[in-house]
Design a protein around this ligand. Structure first.
Ligand code: CP3
Length: 322
């Protein structure tokens, strides 16, 4: 078990170390990366660490002018909407993210037997930030490009897939023992559009990671109708948000595929008895899957009481020791 966004604003020790350091600067400093990645492992005793970074870090590393604005998210100065823009996206070289290699190496030493999960943004979710210029509710410009200029769309997705693959390979080469591909906004797409315009690019990444021999997790939000396709893309583990019970989700993925999830992060604001009951329900439904990694259905909300996360970690450990 681990929590998406287990590092970050729910922890006072995180807020302290980040007080005077902008997000993207923190993501390029091995000392900060190591400290922030370790914080939730020390505090909660979760079974895995997730590398502290952001999905836009490799884009910044190849020269895209972007920033992460507190309370907003990634903002791109010059959004990509034509062939000229797509051409500006060059390949990622390991040296562009030398701090990742350094930080992962140090973390693996410090973590000992606790696995480190590496991650990257999937091409569709990255494309949405690049095309819209920031967080988007409807992804209208993204879909306009996908529907209106399919060849340019494919070229953009090919370039993003290559960047994502390289970013994951750097983390694996430095010692990450699992990887998660975040396609957080894939749920905005119909199954037909996902299959035609997105799946081939995410599948290309998973295929090329096969010989790395690390478990590959594929996660999206609002993807109930897409779970079989997320699985078809080649993941070993499919992440499920809280909208689909895990026993149902288990019927939608390929045989042999494990599930990850899926307690609603908002549940953690309810009385403890509710949290405990719902956690036991997630665990019992998860038993229907080929394997189950307990997690929330999406990231820890910033105002979550960290003591509830610790208590939840203990509960899951107690319930699964039997
Ligand atoms: O899970 C972890 O603990 C690892 C760290 C992590 C961050 N971002 C740190 C972060 C991970 C895995 C991500 C991935 C990420 N970033 C995703 C995919 C996961 C998801 O949530 O669906 C997405 C869509 C982003 C883009 C992004 N970056 C958003 C939407 C935001 C939030 C903006 C805000 O301030 O509300 C960020 C910023 C961000 N990424 C923060 C952290 C800790 C907050 C920045 C801060 O602390 O000031």
């Amino acid at each position: 078990m681990w929590f998406m966004r287990q590092a970050g604003r729910s922890l006072p020790e995180y807020r302290r170390v980040r007080a005077d350091v902008p997000m993207l600067e923190a993501c390029a400093r091995p000392d900060m990366i190591v400290e922030i990645t370790m914080q939730p492992v020390r505090r909660h005793g979760v079974d895995a660490a997730i590398y502290f970074s952001d999905i836009v870090v490799p884009l910044k590393a190849i020269g895209v002018d972007l920033d992460i604005k507190p309370g907003v998210g990634p903002v791109v100065a010059d959004p990509i909407r034509d062939a000229e823009g797509v051409k500006r996206l060059r390949d990622l070289e390991p040296d562009d993210v030398h701090y990742v290699t350094e930080a992962v190496g140090e973390l693996v030493g410090e973590l000992g037997d606790t696995p480190l999960i590496g991650f990257a943004g999937a091409p569709f979710t990255l494309a949405s930030y690049l095309i819209e210029g920031g967080p988007s509710k409807n992804h209208e410009r993204t879909k306009a490009l996908m529907y209106g200029e399919p060849e340019l769309w494919d070229e953009l997705m090919r370039r993003l897939a290559a960047i994502t693959l390289e970013f994951l390979r750097v983390q694996i080469a430095a010692g990450a023992s699992a990887v998660q591909l975040f396609d957080s906004w894939a749920g905005a797409l119909s199954a037909e559009d996902y299959r035609a315009s997105v799946l081939p690019h995410s599948a290309w990444i998973f295929e090329r990671l096969q010989d790395a021999d690390v478990p590959r997790i594929h996660f999206g939000v609002g993807t109930g109708e897409l779970l079989s396709l997320l699985s078809e893309a080649g993941a070993d583990v499919v992440g499920v948000d809280w909208r689909v019970p895990l026993d149902k989700a288990a019927q939608r993925v390929q045989p042999g595929t494990a599930l990850q999830g899926n307690l609603d992060p908002a549940t953690l604001f309810a009385p403890w008895d509710v949290v405990a009951d719902r956690t036991r329900d997630v665990l019992s439904r998860g038993a229907a899957a080929e394997g189950h990694v307990f997690n929330l259905g999406h990231g820890v909300l910033p105002t979550t009481d960290p003591d509830v996360l610790t208590r939840l970690t203990h509960l899951v450990h107690e319930e699964t020791e039997r």
